[in-house]
Design a binder for this molecule. Structure first.
Ligand code: PNS
Length: 167
């Protein structure tokens, strides 16, 4: 019997409870899930790649069929190389749809055997994004319940570091 292997790709800067919800549900649907962090995402992240990997490894450790990796270049090429049949993406709102559809169709054009599967985000997380969490934390708001506790702590430390550097 062939193993159903899925990728959950993203920048994860940092991982939120919305991401974790998608990862957990993907873990229930597929034999193996690889959470894959893009090395070359064209953004300037708050957390280094190593920090993002550590946070993901920490929050994914209870999920026995989930591993955390990085990838470079095209996601579909990475999927082919590691024999993953499926890319799992979370959809929050209609506003996500257009961009996600464009990526899914382009990825299918590049590699038609790699299927993109969308999971609707949990209602509690439909307004959640890494960017909004960072902004709230930066402006002194509470991010409790939006990110895992370990991430909340790292976020506070990182922003305190940044504040010290700018004084
Ligand atoms: O969390 P993000 O930033 O929305 O994740 C975007 C990501 C990393 C999934 C996307 O940018 C991606 O797949 N990048 C890899 C490069 C690639 O394959 N580009 C072609 C997509 S059609």
């Amino acid at each position: 019997m062939s193993v159903r292997r899925a990728l959950v790709p993203g920048s994860f800067d940092p991982v939120t409870n919305g991401h974790l919800d998608i990862i957990e549900r993907a873990a229930g649907l597929f034999d193996e899930v690889r959470v894959v962090v893009a090395r070359n995402a064209s953004k300037s992240p708050l957390f280094s790649l190593d920090e993002r990997l550590e946070m993901l490894q920490d929050v994914c450790s209870p999920l026995k069929n989930v591993t955390v990796h990085t990838f470079d270049g095209l996601l579909v090429q990475y999927a082919i190389d590691c024999k993953a049949q499926v890319i799992v993406k979370g959809l929050r709102a209609v506003s996500d749809f257009e961009y996600e559809l464009q990526m899914a169709l382009m990825n299918r054009r590049l590699a038609d055997r790699v299927e993109t599967v969308f999971l609707m985000t949990g209602a509690d997380y439909s307004y959640l994004s890494s960017n909004i969490v960072k902004e709230i934390a930066r402006l002194g708001g509470a991010v409790e319940g939006l990110v895992p506790e370990s991430v909340e702590k790292r976020l506070r430390q990182k922003l305190a570091e940044q504040r010290r550097e700018t004084v």
